[in-house]
Design a protein around this ligand. Structure first.
Ligand code: HEM
Length: 459
């Protein structure tokens, strides 16, 4: 880009504390909201508009001038107009030469144009320094003080100095700039607000698929099988019993799936003898979805805890208890307390509660506001060490709950294993392989690889 333009003076650092004037082209919703926020933050604002008549919607401390006049007053110009109208900027090329143009536009569809709006603007005005930014912040967020919305502002651009100026303004508004690199990243930044929970798609679809499978599995074994072979109509199990089997099974399976990709990654690194080769795409995607999978698992675990709380209130529970009492009364014998059973039942409940506590801790530390306040080592300690401990406790909770039931032929209705056995498959596989991975003869080379050592160095 041309650095010896007539407007390079505009990029000179400001020695005083006074904020530099910012020009905004466009007086639409976003232009007004941004201007308002800038004035609040101490920036003098001048609007460039076709009509210089001051509307009462425009912040009252702002100046409104024609485009060329307004542009001359500032080094940074926010282009708050739609891409279709960019052509009107072409005649202003001379006055915009060397200026920083901030493209804040968004599109209506993903990848609507072959090149991003910001790149289009840069092609139209090659003498200006185009920076993409602010398109991920809504006018509403700016007006409501950004307290209850994301504070991150993605920025990209080819001119480092220009990008720095825009990032300073972002900071001056109390927001957090995130440098996404060169203008090539603009397409991605423009697509960002059009995506609906992009990181959640895979975890949500996986959970839906697994949830439906486990629901029908439990329905078949706990309701339909009982109806056919025991002539008991337990259709009401659909309300609490079946969900309270599906929720914990989902929680445990998904928790296992959070740690499984780490196991695959370790095996791949050990096999390749280097950490410098990309993981396969499916593994990359899976690794990126771990936080979301963990949070969904936590939601299921919480539902399980809440559903378990109401167990004693159920008519079915009191019917079962009274049936046991009556049968003891009829046979005139009191069944003595089985201490082994009491131990097992207390232990599995204690493990469930401890596992749940750690699970909640993992969920809390994965929230950005909390994870930003701990260092990388602390974060890894919680997510890895305490995470594995949570997995061990929850797996033990389920194993002890199942006890010797897996040895009983009636546990295999229609020759199928009970649902709790299915929930143990992924976590047990993860824990067994993890156990092998922590053996010094495996752990040592893996740690070295992760520290940068290569079995066959490339250089
Ligand atoms: C089963 C309690 C946390 C996984 C059970 C059962 C109870 C229970 C009472 C037996 C349910 C029945 O008889 O149908 C609790 C309590 C928890 C807790 C009080 C903590 C507050 C967890 C967590 C997980 C989990 C965090 C996994 C991440 C399981 C599984 C079963 C189970 C897989 C077997 C489900 C079935 O086959 O019915 N839990 N639990 N639990 N729990 Fe938990």
């Amino acid at each position: 880009m041309n650095k010896t333009s007539s407007n390079t003076m505009a990029l000179a650092p400001n020695p005083s504390n006074k904020r530099e004037t910012v020009c905004i082209f466009g007086t639409g919703d976003f232009g007004r909201a941004l201007g308002h926020k800038m004035i609040q933050s101490g920036y003098p604002v001048v609007y460039g508009s076709r009509s210089t008549q001051i509307s009462n919607l425009i912040p009252k401390d702002a100046e409104v001038l024609g485009h060329a006049e307004a542009a001359q007053k500032a080094a940074v110009i926010i282009v708050a107009i739609q891409r279709q109208h960019y052509n009107f900027l072409a005649p202003l090329a001379e006055v915009l030469h060397g200026k920083v143009l901030v493209d804040i536009s968004n599109n209506l569809k993903l990848n609507q144009y072959p090149e991003s709006n910001a790149e289009h603007l840069a092609q139209l005005l090659p003498g200006s320094k185009v920076v993409k930014g602010f398109n991920t912040v809504s006018a509403w967020a700016l007006q409501s003080g950004t307290l209850d919305a994301s504070r991150q502002v993605f920025i990209c651009g080819d001119d480092v100095e220009a990008k720095q100026m825009v990032m300073n303004i972002v900071r001056g508004l109390g927001l957090t700039p995130v440098d996404k690199g060169s203008l090539l990243a603009a397409q991605e930044i423009e697509n960002y607000p059009l995506q609906l929970f992009p990181m959640w798609k895979f975890p949500i679809f996986l959970s839906l698929g697994l949830g439906l499978f486990f629901f029908f599995y439990s329905l078949a074994l706990d309701v339909i099988h009982t109806y056919i072979y025991e002539n008991n109509n337990f259709l009401f199990f659909i309300a609490i019993t079946v969900p309270n089997r599906v929720f914990p099974v989902m929680a445990l399976t998904l928790l296992g799936l959070v740690y499984l990709p780490g196991i695959f990654a370790a095996i791949i690194q050990l096999y390749r003898g280097t950490k410098y080769r990309r993981f396969p795409n499916w593994l990359d995607k899976w690794m990126l979805a771990r936080k979301q999978l963990g949070l969904i698992a936590l939601a299921f675990a919480s539902l399980h805890a809440v559903f378990t709380l109401v167990t004693p209130l159920r008519a079915f529970a009191s019917w079962r208890t009274s049936r046991q009492i009556i049968s003891q009364a009829l046979s005139n014998e009191t069944v003595p307390l089985d201490h082994t059973n009491a131990w097992l039942s207390d232990s599995y409940l204690a493990m469930g509660m401890l596992g749940f506590f750690l699970f909640v801790l993992l969920g809390i530390t994965s929230l950005p506001s909390v994870s930003n306040s701990v260092n990388w080592r602390e974060f890894r300690f919680v997510q890895s060490k305490l995470g594995y401990l949570a997995l061990i406790l929850c797996t033990a909770h389920t194993m002890i709950y199942g006890g010797k039931w897996f040895l009983n032929p009636s546990a295999y209705k229609w020759y199928l294993p009970d649902i709790y056995m299915l929930s143990l498959v992924v976590p047990c596989a993860v824990l067994v392989v993890k156990f092998v991975l922590i053996f010094p003869c495996v752990d040592k080379p893996l740690t070295r690889i992760r520290q940068g050592w290569e079995r066959k160095p490339r250089y």
